[in-house]
Design a protein around this ligand. Sequence first.
Ligand code: NFS
Ligand code: SF4
Length: 656
Amino acid sequence: MSEGKKKVDNRRTIDPAALQVIDHNDGNGQVETTYERYVKMQPQCNFGRTGVCCRICLQGPCRITKKASKGICGAHGYSIVARNLIRSISGGTGAHADHSRHMLYALMEVLEGKAPDYKVEDSAKLKRVAERIGLEVEGKDDNELLEGVLQQAMADFSKITSETCKWLETTVVPERMEVFKSCNINPRSVHTTIAETMGQTHMGVDADPVNLIFQGLKTSLCDYICMHIGTDLSDILFGTPKPVATEANFGVIDPEMVNIAVHGHNPLLSEMIVRQAREMKSEAEAAGAKGVKCMGICCTGNEVLMRQEIPVLTNFLSQELPIMTGGIDAMVVDVQCIMPGIKAVSDCYHTRIITTMSHSKIPGSYHVDFSEEHAVEKAREVVNLAIEAYKEREEKTCNIPDIKHKVIAGFSMEAMEEVLGAINPDEPIKVVTDAIDSGQLRGVVLFAGCNNLRVPHDASHAHIIKEMAKNDVLIVATGCAAGTAAKLGLMNDEAVEKYAGEGLKKFIHSLNEANKDKLKEKLPLVFHMGSCVDNSRAYDFTTALARQWGVDTPKVPFVASAPEAMSEKAVSIGSWCVTLGVPTHVGVVPEVTGSALVDGIALQIAEDVYGGYFIWEEDPEKAAEKILAALDERSWKLKIHKQTAEKYETELSAGW
Ligand code: NFS
Ligand code: SF4
């Protein structure tokens, strides 16, 4: 069926706050948003959609049809699809590398005394990371440890020699490393591999789809490496998240405050803005407001939610809409997932769009040139611009939907272990493996990824999350998937009572009971593990489960699901999930269906080689069934293998 023929409308969201803004705008009829642009863009090109359009050389575009089954150079559809796919993985990896490299630069400046407004907030994490990557920690102070960690991180980023990257080797089970080595996808370093992939996909180099895909998987491992580095360095610099309580959705906009939305991914500036906003109350009062309120969009929002208890404003797809409430004074953006469309929307309101990174600008916006050296000064400049804008706000245009939900977030792996440790302090993860072994829990599912207008906004996330809860699955979430859960009231204790099946409810209740003197709030239905970069935390959870059972990760009943995937980063994350042994559901079929061969590698061959595999399923009901089936298959196999090992007094079978 040609997808372009589908009927689309501009109410493609189930978020009631977003719908209120869209409907109000329809009444006034002025501002165009992504919801309307999507309609105008139909029908979209099916060659691009299925991956069979090649623009790699200037003879292109070459499009594979029945009449022209090869490109002008003779490239088959499978080579074209595979090349496009792995360039996309490379793009995602490049974006994550950009983010974590910035964290690395900042910490180098801290070390050299050139970033006076920052310091190591979490020495304990610094020590844990140093120990994990094999550094000698005895008798060393923070600076010495930091220097060692940064040197190793730099090597993982850019060395051209062949020894194994520390952030890979020390965070996965040893059996995984053996698989990577035997398949020749053990990367030299992040930058080297991105460069290799660009070279390998140049016109007239690699035409072998399997070889290309394996290079793509190697690249995706680099994505995992730099994400893990990003998480570790952010924790060292700003602290490892602990449980926090706040609220989410447009109702967090307070008409009496100067409202600043922080949007993008990098916590370096947003952390500073949040801190300065708290200190600049008197300046806001002088302008007639009660104070300055920060709120988050996308992953920079997740970062400051996890560490600073900052409310969630919205997730990716609805990023333009808060401006249309008339209540946002400034939207401060750094990098990634920022729609250029926010500028045109802001032109109809008093809102100031403030870009902050030299490599991420939007024409016509304010630009505050952020630097680590003058972080506080730059953050104050941003807050001042917001206060100035507040003075121009016309109260009459404020139309803020009164919709918000309680949110409990802040579940780093350390925080999870602490919570589980209240039941079993020596082996916290055993609390989860026991619950799965006994059948109380059916497994663990990670919800990750974006929003994508190909499917109604937030609908697939919400549906599959509720289905998993009902079926006793322990749920963790990151990125914009976590944003959906927060906005729609699925990230609090009330949701446990409302949606959890008996097993899951009992499991969470027993944790609440064991933690009643430690936690201020009861535990939520969906455990927020952080930004997309923090999918590294979610994979640490898989590794911890695998270690607890003494198996390789393909045996663990853990599934990842990106029901509304959109970005190249999502493509690279999905690819490393598979390579690292995780069944991975994607709710928007990626651009690979133009080649049955490449599609088959993703769906089947990947499992034979790596133990993980993709599940493409756009229908959320069917997706929930397939995810549960994947969990059950693994739990069942694990049980059989364990029984066999006990019966014959042998080792647990290594296969999957
Ligand atoms: Ni992840 Fe986070 Fe959201 Fe998708 Fe974009 S913000 S990094 S890429 S859209 S989840
Ligand atoms: Fe066409 Fe080959 Fe050039 Fe691609 S590389 S655009 S298939 S001629």
